[in-house]
Each structure stands twice: as C-alpha cells, then as structure tokens.
Design a protein around this ligand. Structure first.
Ligand code: SF4
Length: 223
C-alpha cells in the first residue's frame, strides 16, 4: 500500500462520487465541473441540520463531535466526518482518551444523507473511508458506524468488513490513478445517469453511442 504525502491528498467525499460513477468523479475533481440539482441541494440542507433529535446524546455515556477533520495517508484522502459519536467503554482495546473527559471512549462515525438507502454502496464506502481515517489517527480498529437517512428518519448500522475495506482501498487507488493521468473516462449511459447532477455536462447518451455522434457530425457537415 502507498503512503501519500500532504500534497497528494484528494477529497475524501469524492469516494462517494467514484463509487457512483468514475466519470462523475473525474468531471468534479479533475475538470472542476459541478452542477447542483435537487438531490445535491437537499443533501446540503440536511447536512446543515445535523442536530436531528435521533442523534442527540442520550446519556453521559456518549458524546458527539461534529465536523471532525479526517486524513489518511494510506488512502491519500482528507475530509471531514459529519459526526463522530464517542461511546464510553471499560475496554482498553480499540478505545481512546478524550481531552477534558475521564475514561475511555470508542469512536463511531455517523454520516447524514438525504433520502433513503441507495441501491449501490456509495454511502457505505464513504462512511468506511471515514472510519479508516479515524483508525489511522488513533491506531485502533473501528468495526461499525451509522448512516442516517433524512427521508426515513432512521439510522442504519454499517459493518466495516474486509470486503468493504478493500473496496474503499481500491476506489482510493483508482482516484489517484485517474488524478495522476488527468483524463476523464468516457461516459457509460446507465439508468442512474438520470439522477446525476452532471447529466447535461456529461452528455452520456450522445457520447456513449458513437453511431449517434457520427450521425450528428454528418448532419452538421451535411455529408
Ligand atoms: S451522466 Fe452518467 S456517465 Fe455521466 S457522469 Fe453522470 S452517472 Fe456518469
């Protein structure tokens, strides 16, 4: 596994984009394109309301830290966790000390999303990447975290198993590979393109069907 430097770090939140579509990630993070659609605007509004009662501290045995900065030099990613919940524990294993607080604490990352659980794993990989950053920072192992969905007002427990961890690692490696090459992949038109904020910039229908591009050029050139 590579160890990256400060100058190599890419945005951690981009891992959800590349898990959804490599081209979307490249358009945002290489070509600096960004279009807000309903989904992204609502997502921002939800992030600004992370004081939802479902995640309020319930007792003196847990505490919430919001907007927690994160970095992993193994993954080459840096970003921020919406919330990290620290649960008080008696176990010395996989626990840490917190400044100004007695006892030992076990960190659990929590990420807030609009809508409901998605048909792909983009939210899970983002949360797992956050956990892997916390693990590197504290030299501990974190076995689970939570995804909170605004539409269903419910949080789901996500287990950070080896399969999910290796998916995070391979997506992070692919982000660095694409960033180093500086070339956006060609579009592959799929049903999920219809909810993509970059649909009008990407032109997936036209660009992923060469015969249509040829027809278009023939029309323009009147061949
Ligand atoms: S429109 Fe489709 S191919 Fe293009 S970036 Fe979005 S998801 Fe990817």
């Amino acid at each position: 596994m590579s160890i990256y430097s400060n100058n190599d770090l890419l945005m951690l939140s981009g891992i959800q984009h590349i898990a959804f579509c490599e081209r979307q990630w490249a358009l945002i993070h290489i070509e600096q394109q960004w279009h807000e659609n309903v989904l992204t605007v609502e997502g921002k509004q939800l992030h600004s309301r992370v004081d939802d009662p479902l995640i309020k501290t319930k007792s003196g045995h847990s505490t919430m830290h919001r907007s927690v900065p994160l970095v992993s030099f193994r993954l080459g990613l840096a970003g921020c966790a919406d919330v990290v919940e620290f649960l008080q524990t008696d176990s010395k294993q996989n626990s840490i000390s917190l400044p100004g607080k007695d006892g030992l604490w076990q960190p659990l990352p929590i990420e807030y999303k609009r809508g409901k659980p998605k048909p792909d794993d983009r939210d899970e990989v983002q949360l797992c990447a956050q956990a892997m950053c916390l693990e590197e920072l504290y030299a501990i192992r974190i076995s689970e975290g939570f995804l909170y969905y605004g539409e269903i007002r419910h949080r789901l427990e996500i287990c950070f198993d080896e399969k999910l961890r290796s998916r995070v690692t391979s997506l992070a490696e692919r982000m660095h590979e694409l960033y180093t090459n500086g070339v956006s992949p060609q579009p592959v038109y799929k049903p999920h393109c219809r909810s993509c904020s970059l649909f009008d910039i990407c032109l997936p229908v036209r660009l992923s069907r060469p015969e249509r591009a040829t027809d278009y050029l023939n029309d323009v050139l009147e061949i």
